[in-house]
Design a binder for this molecule. Structure first.
Ligand SMILES: Cc1cc2nc3c(=O)[nH]c(=O)nc-3n(C[C@H](O)[C@H](O)[C@H](O)COP(=O)(O)OP(=O)(O)OC[C@H]3O[C@@H](n4cnc5c(N)ncnc54)[C@H](O)[C@@H]3O)c2cc1C
Length: 401
């Protein structure tokens, strides 16, 4: 076993070599990401060959800080968040060697965008009640059903999907997880528009979609376990991103306050209060990353996501209030358009007004704040669980609306 100092030296050396061989501001982003993956600096805690160096996940922050400071392209982690932030962790924990080899690199280089298909019209917070059916047919599975709110499905090559493979088992047991080729016959994608005017997400329909068995993740019937890994990674990916001090929405709030010329004590106090909370959250998230061991993030990841949802809403609301009348307009114009790769550079290109509207979704996406409080209450604080009357019934016998 190597010491932390040895690991730090290995990581530093890999970063220096990458930056020297691939000048970060002039190398084509895709070439840079390919070289970053090959250098083991994509997910530094993953094994060699899988985009990592096999060191502690706490070095992820070191990598992203150095690459950001060098002006390297890092927007793949936002633009392909569902793959890089979530799918990679799923493959690391549940994928086969062959699946990791096949999917990790093109995901990191953005050659293949990923999406996540869990929610259905009748299954959101209670995703274990989902009804999309998977029926085995030799070496293939046939999928039928509907998913909804699927972020980036219209740009995605691969979709992580949880299905009902055995309706006679209780709801958490009869599920199986697959990777679906979003270009396969029988997959239909229809955009859904959000309050921002963007169609970031979609409805997805499966009509006799054939999925080869080698695109199954983990065992038949293990879908819930894999889904939990996905969701825990999602909460860390959404709430656990830490930039430098004053990065993101709070930086915009500070510059908006400065530009407004206001020297009124009440807004100054409010900004200072928000800044303190954002900074406390940033440092807590950094400390949590330091302590995180390799593997699947635990329910603690829900803390950052919960806190971030409330704070991001409050900070963006402060900013538009400081803008006065201007805050009621959308400077870039309001048109209904599907999200593109460029608009996925979300934080960098969005006006404060759109960021304010987009923040409304923060307490819904990736698990609502109510559900996260339930998880923290039960799994972190050890409080009594909610009554779950359908837990042991076969899924097929549970009444559905
Ligand atoms: C911007 C955005 C992007 C999304 N992207 C994706 C995606 O890519 N893939 C995907 O699969 N899904 C995605 N979702 C869907 C998201 O995961 C669901 O919206 C969310 O899980 C809530 O489910 P629901 O909308 O069906 O609401 P419901 O589950 O119907 O909940 C309605 C209300 O009831 C509350 N509630 C429900 N159960 C309980 C309970 N037991 N205790 C207390 N309160 C409860 C909820 O908190 C909520 O306020 C996205 C959503 C948004 C807003």
């Amino acid at each position: 076993m190597t010491s932390r100092n040895d690991d730090a030296a290995t990581v530093d050396e890999a970063i220096s070599e990458l930056l020297a061989d691939h000048p970060p501001t002039t190398t084509d982003p895709k070439d840079f990401w390919g070289a970053q993956f090959d250098a083991g600096l994509a997910w530094v805690d993953f094994p060699l060959g899988d985009g990592g160096l096999g060191v502690s996940p706490s070095f992820r922050e070191v990598v992203s800080r150095h690459l950001n400071e060098a002006g390297a392209p890092t927007w793949n982690t936002t633009a392909n968040l569902l793959g890089i932030g979530m799918g990679a962790g799923v493959l690391a924990a549940h994928g086969t060697d062959e699946q990791r080899r096949r999917w990790l690199r093109p995901m990191f280089t953005m050659d293949e965008i990923w999406c996540q298909m869990f929610s259905e019209p009748g299954a959101g917070s209670d995703v274990a009640s989902l009804a999309t059916r998977a029926v085995r047919d030799g070496d293939e599975w046939i999928l039928n059903g509907q998913k909804v709110w699927t972020t980036l499905a219209h740009l995605a090559k691969w979709g992580m999907v949880v299905t009902r493979s055995d309706p006679d088992q209780p709801k958490h047991r009869g599920m199986t997880y697959f990777m679906v080729d979003m270009e396969a016959e029988g997959v239909e994608i229809r955009p859904l528009y959000q309050i921002t005017g963007e169609a970031e997400f979609n409805e997805v329909f499966f009509d006799d979609v054939r999925v080869p068995d080698d695109q199954r993740i983990d065992d038949v019937g293990a879908g819930w376990r894999v889904a939990m890994t996905t969701l825990m990674n999602e909460r860390v990916a959404i709430g656990g991103r830490t930039g430098p001090r004053n990065d993101g929405a709070i930086g915009v709030a500070i510059s908006t306050w400065n530009e407004s010329g206001s020297r009124d004590g009440a807004t100054r106090r409010e900004l200072t209060r928000l800044w303190g909370e954002v900074e406390a959250m940033r440092l807590t998230t950094l400390r949590a990353a330091e302590n995180m061991q390799a593997g699947v993030p635990g329910p603690e990841g829900s803390t950052s996501k919960l806190a971030w949802a409330d704070l991001n809403k409050a900070v963006t609301a402060f900013t538009v209030a400081m803008q006065g009348l201007e805050g009621a307009t959308i400077p870039e114009g309001y048109t209904l358009e599907p999200t593109t790769y460029d608009t996925r550079e979300i934080e960098r290109v969005m006006s404060p007004q759109r960021a304010f509207l987009r923040a409304r979704a923060n307490s819904i996406e990736g698990g609502t704040s109510e559900i996260l409080r339930n998880i923290l209450g039960e799994r972190v604080l050890g409080l009594p669980g909610e009554p779950r009357v359908d837990k042991d019934l076969p899924w097929s016998e549970v009444p559905r609306g």
